[in-house]
Write a protein that binds this ligand. Structure first.
Ligand code: NDP
Length: 324
């Protein structure tokens, strides 16, 4: 594994981190999630990412992580960076989502119980809240860090402007913004329009979620739809996301990856990691082999100017709307 410094902080994160959004809820075999976690940690993936609502049902991924810390990962707490988040809908009523101090602190207390931990390493505000004063949300993050319930504070899904305001508020409160977690991949290049530059200027770390576009930047769908693939069971990825234009681009990217001696997944991860602002790529996995395939991207991270131009040309030809 390669470890990268997270922004200007003392924290090193693995270039590849594992998220428990999918495949760690009650609908997935517990032995399988345990073996994926074990394989990830054995491969040097020291960072595991959660949120209050990961499951299904919401909360069950944290419960499963708490169990794994007693079993497959027993004794490893201090060797791991465990994050969680609050902000998306978690429980009924006015305090179950968004960015109030009430929501963040109540939700983190619930998360800690499910995880069976006294503290998490990173606590995120999961999405901006247009109605709560940012001072309140950032004040809650800062207090959570001061209370020792989280070691570091982060934000997710914030715009470049929102990030600038949030980071300034946090630093006025003496708690730096450690990290931002945006969606960033070959199929979502929006962060290139200002967010990455803002993070670079402020030396805030960046962990890119869904770097494989939920599996679309792998060989998963090149020859039909496998019965166990995410498209068959997720509300967040549907068959109509696999358009003929997408498939044409994925096939050409796949050929380019092969010419580099890589799988498409490996090239897609290396492509995200090419940006100096990126601390880590935050992958998901439904089987142990995917962990091994993805970690092996580290064998070839460099790109020639011609390869980058070819990647862009394929995108411009088939998916111009995804090219910024
Ligand atoms: P990815 O883009 O890495 O997609 C993961 C999926 O891709 C896997 O479940 C698998 O699909 C497929 N896959 C992975 N590796 C391979 C491979 N080598 N070959 C073939 N297929 C492969 O990430 P996710 O969308 O899962 O998101 C990762 C994490 O990001 C989440 O767990 C969460 O922690 C975070 N996240 C954060 C959000 C936020 O708002 N902050 C929102 C969304 C995610 P299959 O199941 O079909 O096998």
């Amino acid at each position: 594994m390669k470890y990268n410094r997270c922004g200007r902080s003392g924290l090193l994160l693995p270039a590849i981190s594992l998220g428990l959004w999918q495949n760690f809820g009650e609908n997935f075999a517990v032995e399988k999630s345990g073996s994926i976690l074990k394989a990830a940690v054995e491969a040097g993936i020291t960072h595991l990412d959660l949120a209050n609502n990961y499951g299904p049902p919401p909360g069950s991924a944290e419960t499963r992580m708490g169990e794994a810390l007693q079993k497959e990962l027993a004794g490893l707490r201090d060797k791991l960076v465990i994050s969680t988040k609050a902000g998306y809908h978690m429980w009924e009523g006015p305090y179950g989502e968004w960015g109030s101090r009430k929501h963040l602190i109540s939700s983190l207390n619930q998360s800690l119980k499910r995880l069976r931990l006294d503290y998490v390493d990173i606590f995120y505000h999961h999405r901006p809240d247009p109605d709560t004063p940012l001072e309140e949300t950032m004040g809650a993050l800062a207090d959570i860090v001061r209370q020792g319930k989280a070691i570091y504070a982060g934000i997710s899904n914030y715009s470049a402007e929102g990030t600038a305001r949030a980071a300034s508020l946090l630093s006025e409160m003496g708690v730096p913004c450690l990290i931002h977690q945006p969606s960033y991949s070959l199929l979502n290049r929006k962060p290139e329009q200002g967010l990455l530059q803002e993070l670079g200027r402020r030396q805030i770390g960046c962990i890119a979620f869904s770097p494989l576009a939920q599996g679309r930047l792998t060989n998963r769908y090149l020859n039909g739809i496998p019965t166990d693939s995410r498209v068959t069971h997720s509300v967040f990825l549907k068959e109509n996301n696999l358009t003929p234009e997408y498939l044409a681009a994925a096939r050409e990217w796949n050929a380019l990856a092969e010419s580099r001696g890589q799988t498409l997944a490996q090239m897609a991860l290396a492509w995200v990691l090419r940006r100096p602002e990126i601390t880590s790529v935050l992958i998901g996995a439904s089987r142990v082999e995917q962990i091994h395939d993805n970690v092996a991207c580290l064998n070839r991270l460099d790109f020639t100017a011609e390869e980058l131009a070819r990647i862009d040309a394929i995108q411009a030809r088939y998916l111009p709307e995804s090219l910024v």
